[in-house]
Ligand binder design. Structure first.
Ligand code: CP3
Length: 365
C-alpha cells in the first residue's frame, strides 16, 4: 500500500473544500473529563504533567477516536504548554484553568517569556505525535493546535481566567509597544508549537483564539490581527497546503478579520470555526460561497438529551446544505458532564446522513 492520499481522508477533503466520503466530525475537548476512560488513565495531579508522558498523552488522544469514531484526533495537550515549557510560571488548576502566580504586567516580566525551542522544550509533544501516527487508522489524521497569541496573552496578563480582560485591555491601550512585543513572542510560540506537531506527523491545525470575542473590531484589527495573520502565514510557509482552522467564541463581529488572518497573506488554506451564534448560511453570505467552515452545534443542546441533540444536528446539516467545505463540530468544547452516548449518536448520525458512498460500495471496500 502506498502512502494514503488525502483523497481518502474525509477530514482533509472537507477542510480543503473537496467532496468527502462523509462530512467529518470531531469535537473540541473530545479528550477529557466526559469520558470515564479518561479519568481512569489521567490520574491525579496537573494536566501539564500528564501531557509530559507520551504514552499517557497518546492513549488519551486515541480514546475519543475509539469511542466516538471521530474523523480527527486532536492532540491531548493544552494551549499553555509553550509558556509552561519555557518557564514562564503557569499551571492549570483543576476546575479553574490556567493560573500564573506572577502575571505578565511589566517590561521585566517580558524577560520570562523566552522563545520556544521545540526539540529541547517539548520533546514529549513530538514523541506523542509520532506514537499516534503509528496507532491511528490512515483516514484519521492527528490535528495539531495552539492557542492564538491573544488568548494565551490574556492568561499570562490576567494571571487567571477572566470575564473582563481588564488588565489585558489596559496593557494593550496603555503600553502598546509592550503589548506588541508580548504578541510577537507569542506568535513565535504558536508557530513553533504547531510546527513541531506538523513536522512529527499531524496533518492540519487549529488556532484557538477562544476569548478574542471580548474585543471590539477596532481593537482586534490593531492589536491582534497582525499577529494572528503572522501565525498563519509563517505556518503556510513551513507547511504549504496544510489546512488551518481559526476558532473563537462569540466572534460574529470579528469573523471577516479572523478569515483575513487565517488566509495568512494569501498563502494558507483557511477554515473558519463558527460557534452557534452564527449560521453557516450567513457566514457564506458574508464571506463567500467558497468559505470552508467548522461547527457549530451548541454544546448545551448535547446536554439536553439524545433526541434534542440529533434534531439540532439536522439543523446544522441543513444550514450547510450539502456544501463540501464543512467540518462538523460543536460551537465550543464538550462540557464535562456530557453523556458520551449522545456524542457517539451525533457522529453516527452525521456520517449516515452525509455519506456519499452507497452501502453496496462500502461493502466492497
Ligand atoms: O480534546 C481536546 O480538545 C484536546 C485537548 C485540549 C485541552 N485543552 C485539554 C484540557 C485542547 C485543544 C485544549 C485547549 C484549551 N485549553 C483552550 C482552547 C479551547 C477552549 O476551550 O476554548 C483553552 C482556553 C485552554 C485553557 C484551559 N485548560 C482551560 C480553560 C481548562 C479547564 C480547566 C478546568 O479544569 O475546568 C484547561 C484544562 C484542560 N485542558 C482539561 C483538558 C482535558 C481539563 C482538566 C484536566 O483534566 O485536568
Amino acid at each position: 500500500m502506498s502512502e494514503p492520499s488525502s483523497a481518502r481522508v474525509p477530514f482533509l477533503d472537507a477542510a480543503t473544500g473537496r467532496p468527502a466520503a462523509h462530512t467529518p466530525v470531531w469535537f473540541m475537548r473530545q479528550a477529557g473529563r466526559s469520558l470515564p476512560e479518561y479519568r481512569a488513565v489521567r490520574g491525579e495531579g496537573s494536566i501539564l504533567e500528564a501531557i509530559k508522558q507520551p504514552e499517557v498523552a497518546a492513549a488519551i488522544t486515541l480514546q475519543p477516536v475509539q469511542r466516538y469514531g471521530v474523523d480527527a484526533a486532536v492532540l491531548f495537550s493544552d494551549i499553555v504548554v509553550p509558556a509552561h515549557a519555557t518557564g514562564f510560571g503557569i499551571d492549570v488548576a483543576p476546575g479553574t484553568g490556567p493560573v500564573a502566580v506572577e502575571p505578565l504586567r511589566t517590561t521585566s516580566d517580558l524577560a520570562r517569556l523566552r522563545p520556544l525551542e521545540a526539540a529541547a522544550d517539548i520533546p514529549y509533544v513530538i514523541d506523542t505525535v509520532r506514537a499516534l501516527v503509528g496507532q491511528l487508522p490512515a483516514e484519521v489524521p492527528v490535528l495539531a493546535f495552539a492557542g492564538a497569541p491573544f488568548t494565551v496573552a490574556s492568561y499570562l496578563v490576567e494571571g487567571r481566567p477572566s470575564k473582563t480582560y481588564q488588565h489585558t485591555k489596559a496593557l494593550m491601550h496603555g503600553h502598546p509597544a509592550m503589548w506588541h512585543a508580548i504578541m510577537e513572542r507569542l506568535v513565535q510560540h504558536s508557530v513553533a508549537f504547531v510546527d513541531a506537531q506538523l513536522s512529527a506527523g499531524a496533518r492540519a491545525f487549529q488556532l484557538f483564539d477562544s476569548w478574542t470575542g471580548a474585543l471590539s473590531p477596532a481593537d482586534y484589527r490593531e492589536f491582534v490581527l497582525p499577529h494572528s495573520t503572522a501565525v498563519f502565514s509563517q505556518l503556510a510557509e513551513l507547511h504549504p497546503g496544510v489546512p488551518g482552522i481559526h476558532f473563537g467564541i462569540g466572534c460574529d463581529h470579528l469573523l471577516e478579520f479572523m478569515l483575513t488572518a487565517a488566509r495568512g497573506e494569501g498563502r494558507s488554506t483557511p477554515v473558519l470555526g463558527l460557534d452557534w451564534r452564527t449560521t453557516i448560511t450567513s457566514a457564506r453570505r458574508r464571506m463567500g460561497d467558497d468559505l470552508v467552515v467548522q461547527g457549530n452545534l451548541d454544546p448545551a443542546l448535547v446536554l439536553a438529551g439524545r433526541q434534542i441533540a440529533l434534531d439540532a444536528t439536522d439543523v446544522v446539516l441543513a444550514d450547510n446544505a450539502g456544501h463540501p467545505g464543512h467540518v462538523f463540530n460543536l460551537g465550543h468544547g464538550v462540557q464535562p458532564d456530557t453523556d458520551p452516548e449522545v456524542l457517539t449518536a451525533v457522529v453516527r448520525h452525521v456520517h449516515a446522513h452525509t455519506s456519499t458512498v452507497s452501502a453496496a460500495q462500502a461493502a466492497q471496500q
